[in-house]
Design a protein around this ligand. Structure first.
Ligand SMILES: [Zn+2]
Ligand SMILES: [Zn+2]
Length: 252
């Protein structure tokens, strides 16, 4: 699967504001969220795995490329406007796949039978679905559920299982869209701005069931006090009241 990068990105004012390491994080994380299908969310706990530091993430937030938020209780960052271009990518992918399927089917069947096939109801499965023994990535009929991938023959029932997963995914997507459309709390990405217990704005994935929750604020960063001898030195410096002259030579 591909994620898209705007070919004017290199020149974008928001991008130019960022250090090269922050840009590196942006690109690396973009590939990561595309792979993990997180809808553009990067958990804070993943920064290390992506080879980045917190200050790179902070830089992206300051530049407006990321928004601080949380997802399923995990603090992190949302790609700004991720949905806008990702939708385009998804549509392109769907169109491409539809075209491939069509040409493959037409090779073997007349147009009339294609129409008939598309309207064929899904296989009747008694009380269970292909999801009980296979996955969308590797759909199987029940008979072929346990075979190693390379031993699965060309199989009509496996194809129907694939179709079932596709329809399931489309129905879920439609349901998500409907929920977002009828929810007064979130934007059209399904994201909503709430506050944490410290009063900061936090972007969250909306659950579309009423007022937004207040998120617990992150633990404040504790700075260890300096050791006593440093403290004493600092106090001595301070008490002499001599102005501290720094780089006086280089200022002239
Ligand atoms: Zn099969
Ligand atoms: Zn909502």
């Amino acid at each position: 699967m591909f994620t898209r990068v705007d070919d004017r990105l290199h020149d974008h004012p928001k991008f130019l504001k960022c250090s090269l390491s922050a840009r590196g994080l942006w690109i690396t994380a973009l590939s990561w969220v595309g792979d993990k299908l997180t809808d553009g969310f990067v958990p804070h706990s993943c920064l290390g795995r992506l080879g980045a530091r917190k200050r790179d993430a902070d830089r992206l937030v300051e530049a407006g490329l990321w928004e601080r938020g949380e997802c399923d209780g995990e603090p992190g960052y949302w790609f700004h406007d991720f949905e806008d271009w990702n939708k385009a990518a998804t549509h392109a992918e769907v169109r491409k796949r539809a075209g491939q399927n069509r040409s493959r089917v037409l090779k073997h069947r007349t147009r009339r039978s294609v129409v008939y096939k598309q309207r064929t109801p899904q296989p009747t499965v008694t009380g269970t679905t292909p999801a009980d023994w296979s996955t969308p990535e590797d759909p199987r009929c029940r008979d072929h559920a346990k075979l190693p991938r390379e031993h699965v023959p060309a199989c009509r029932a496996c194809g129907q299982a694939r179709q079932w997963f596709t329809q399931q995914a489309m129905a879920e997507k439609q349901a998500r869209h409907d929920a977002i459309a009828s929810c007064e709390y979130c934007d059209d990405r399904g994201l909503a701005t709430t506050q944490d217990t410290a009063g900061n704005d936090v972007l969250i994935r909306c659950s579309h069931n009423g007022p937004l929750p207040i998120i617990p604020a992150p633990e404040p960063v504790v700075h260890n006090p300096p050791p006593p001898e440093v403290r004493a030195w600092f106090d001595r410096q301070h008490s002499t009241r001599q102005p501290v002259v720094v780089h006086s030579a280089s200022m002239e």
